[in-house]
Design a protein around this ligand. Structure first.
Ligand SMILES: Nc1ncnc2c1ncn2[C@@H]1O[C@H](COP(=O)(O)OP(=O)(O)OP(=O)(O)O)[C@@H](O)[C@H]1O
Length: 513
C-alpha cells in the first residue's frame, strides 16, 4: 500500500536505515580514539574524532529525511486504508452481515486497530532499522570481547516473553470487541434526542450512565491488565539483563586493572552493553510489531475476503427483464437470520403476478419485512429461490435489479438533506429535478408536507443543522414514500407498512392513488 501511495516517499524512508548503519560504527570510533590516546597517536585520534563527528552529522541528516518521510507516509497510508475499509464495508451488497455479532466484533477489532494499519509501514521501517542495528551491534560485540556473548544470551528471555505478550494482546482485542460496541451503542443512545425523551420519562438516565461506565470498563480493562502484565514481565527481563551486564562488566574491569584487557576494549564493551540492552528491546519491539501487523492485516484481509465471498455467492451478471411477462415466483423460500434458531420465513410458495398489486397481511413477526428484504436482494435465501419470470434472482446483476425496484421501507431512513434531495435520491439521475420531486410527492399524496416547510423543496431537514427544520414521524414517512415514488416505472415497488405513521385521512388518500 505504501508503494502504491507514494513510491518516492517509500524510498526516502529507507534512508534512515543507512543512517542507522553509519551510527552503528560510533563506538568503534570512540575505541580508536581511546586507543590513540593511550598510545599518544595524534593522527589516529584526529581521524577517530573526524569519523565520529562526520558519522553523527550524516546520521542526523539521513534520520531527519527518513523520519519526516515516514511520518508523512504513515498518515497517507493510514488514510488510504481508512478509505479502503470504508469502501469495502459500504459496498458489500447484502445486509445480513450487519446483523451478525461475529462480523460486527471483527469489524470492531479492525476499527479499534485501524490507525495501526496506517502505522504498519512505519512499524515495518522501524523493525527493519531495529534488526539492522541489532545485527550490527551483536557483530561488533562478538569481535570486541567474547564475554559480551553472555549479554546477548541474557537478552533471550525478552524474546520468549514477547510471544506470550502477543498472544495476550490478541485475546485482549477479542474480549474488548463486544463491550466496545456496547459502549458506542449506549453513548449514541445517551446523546440522541429521540432516545433522550424515554431516558428522561422512565428515569433511566442514571442506569444508562452506569451501564455505559460498565461497558467502557469492560472494553478498556483487558488493555489495562495487558499493560500491567506486560510491564511486569518486561521489568523482570530488564532486571535480569542488567544484573548479567553488571557481572560481565565487573569481570572485564577487574581484567583491565591487571592490564589483561586494554582500556579501549573496556570502553567499547561499556558502550556496547548499553546498546545490547536497547537491541534486546528493539528485537522484542520488532517481534511484537510484526505479530501485531500480521494480526491487523489478517483482519483487513478477512474483510476483503468476506466482501469477495458475498460477491461471488451472488455474482449474477444477467440483466433484469425489461418488463415482467409472468411475474415473481417464490419457490420453497426459507430464510434464517444469522445465528437464529428458527427461520423467519419458512417454505413460502407464492406467485406475484405481473402488473398486480399484492397486499401481504400477517401478524407481527410473521416475516413480511424479511420477505421484502429477500425480494430486494438484501438477504439471500437460506434455501429455495425467487424466480423473476424464469430467471433466478441470484443469477441477476444485483445492482441492476435494485435499480429496477423502488420502495418505502418500514424502518425508512431520515435523510437530513434539502427536501429536494431527501426525496430526489429515490431516482439519482433526477435528484435535482424539482418537477420529478413534485410528481413523486403527488404520487405519495404528500404535497401538503411542503406547506409547512419555509423554503419548500429548498428547506434543510434536521433541526441539528443551521436553519434546519424537523418533521413529525408521519411527515418523515410521507417523504420516504415519495422517495419510493421517484422511479417512474420500477419492475417491483415494495411498500412495507407505508402508512404506519400516517393519519387516517392521509392513509385513505394514499391508497386512493
Ligand atoms: N435482524 C434480525 N435478526 C434476527 N431475527 C430477526 C431480525 N429481524 C427480524 N427477525 C425475526 O424474524 C421474524 C420476522 O420478522 P419480520 O420483521 O420480517 O416480521 P414482520 O412480519 O415484518 O413484523 P411486523 O409486522 O412487526 O413488522 C421475527 O420473528 C423476528 O424476530
Amino acid at each position: 500500500m505504501s508503494v502504491r501511495v507514494s513510491p518516492w516517499q517509500t524510498l526516502v524512508c529507507l534512508l534512515e536505515a543507512v543512517g542507522k548503519v553509519i551510527g552503528l560504527l560510533q563506538p568503534l570510533y570512540l575505541a580508536w580514539f581511546v586507543d590513540g590516546a593511550v598510545r599518544s597517536n595524534t593522527p589516529q585520534m584526529v581521524l577517530a574524532v573526524s569519523a565520529f563527528t562526520a558519522s553523527i552529522g550524516l546520521n542526523w541528516i539521513l534520520q531527519m529525511a527518513g523520519t519526516t518521510a515516514r511520518v508523512n507516509q504513515m498518515e497517507r497510508v493510514g488514510f488510504a486504508f481508512d478509505k479502503e475499509i470504508a469502501r469495502i464495508t459500504a459496498s458489500i451488497p447484502t445486509l445480513d452481515h450487519l446483523e451478525s455479532p461475529r462480523y460486527l466484533d471483527r469489524l470492531q477489532i479492525l476499527r479499534d486497530q485501524q490507525t495501526a494499519l496506517g502505522g504498519a509501514f512505519n512499524m515495518f521501517v522501524n523493525t527493519f532499522n531495529s534488526l539492522l542495528t541489532v545485527a550490527g551491534t551483536i557483530l561488533l560485540a562478538l569481535t570486541a570481547d567474547a564475554r559480551l556473548l553472555l549479554l546477548v544470551l541474557a537478552g533471550l528471555p525478552t524474546l520468549v516473553v514477547t510471544r506470550w505478550i502477543s498472544r495476550w494482546q490478541a485475546a485482549a482485542e477479542k474480549s474488548s470487541a463486544e463491550p466496545g460496541r456496547l459502549a458506542s451503542h449506549l453513548l449514541a443512545l445517551g446523546t440522541s434526542p429521540t432516545a433522550g425523551a424515554e431516558l428522561r420519562v422512565f428515569g433511566i438516565r442514571r442506569t444508562t450512565r452506569a451501564r455505559l461506565a460498565d461497558a467502557v470498563t469492560a472494553w478498556r480493562q483487558p488493555a489495562v491488565l495487558l499493560a500491567i502484565r506486560t510491564n511486569a514481565l518486561q521489568g523482570a527481563c530488564a532486571t535480569f539483563f542488567f544484573l548479567t551486564a553488571a557481572a560481565v562488566l565487573a569481570w572485564m574491569v577487574s581484567d583491565a586493572l591487571v592490564r589483561a584487557v586494554p582500556v579501549s576494549a573496556l570502553v567499547l564493551a561499556v558502550m556496547l552493553a548499553g546498546r545490547l540492552q536497547n537491541a534486546g528491546q528493539s528485537v522484542q519491539w520488532a517481534i511484537a510489531s510484526f505479530t501485531r501487523i500480521a494480526r491487523i492485516t489478517g483482519q483487513f484481509l478477512w474483510l476483503n475476503d468476506y466482501d469477495q465471498q458475498v460477491r461471488a455467492a451472488g455474482s449474477g451478471v444477467k440483466a433484469p427483464p425489461a418488463r415482467f411477462e409472468n411475474g415473481i415466483l417464490l419457490e420453497h423460500l426459507t430464510f434464517s437470520y444469522p445465528d437464529a434458531d428458527t427461520p423467519a420465513v419458512r417454505d413460502v410458495n407464492l406467485h406475484l403476478p405481473a402488473g398486480a398489486v399484492v397486499a401481504l397481511v400477517g401478524e407481527n413477526g410473521a416475516g413480511k419485512t424479511t420477505l421484502v428484504k429477500l425480494l430486494t436482494g438484501m438477504y439471500r435465501p437460506t434455501s429455495g429461490q425467487i424466480l423473476l419470470d424464469d430467471t433466478d434472482l441470484a443469477a441477476l446483476d444485483i445492482d441492476a435489479w435494485r435499480a429496477s425496484t423502488a420502495g418505502a421501507f418500514q424502518d425508512h431512513a431520515k435523510l437530513e438533506l434539502r427536501v429536494q434531495e431527501t426525496v430526489g435520491v429515490g431516482d439519482l439521475p433526477r435528484v435535482h429535478d424539482p418537477a420529478a420531486v413534485h410528481d413523486a410527492l403527488r404520487g405519495a399524496a404528500s404535497e401538503d408536507v411542503l406547506q409547512v416547510l419555509p423554503q419548500g423543496l429548498d428547506t434543510q431537514l434536521g433541526s441539528s443543522w443551521t436553519g434546519g427544520v424537523d418533521l413529525s414521524g408521519g411527515q418523515w414517512q410521507r417523504l420516504a414514500i415519495a422517495r419510493g415514488m421517484m422511479r417512474s416505472q420500477p419492475l417491483l415497488l415494495v411498500l412495507d407498512e407505508p402508512t404506519a405513521a400516517l393519519d387516517a385521512i392521509t392513509e385513505h388518500r394514499l391508497f386512493e392513488r
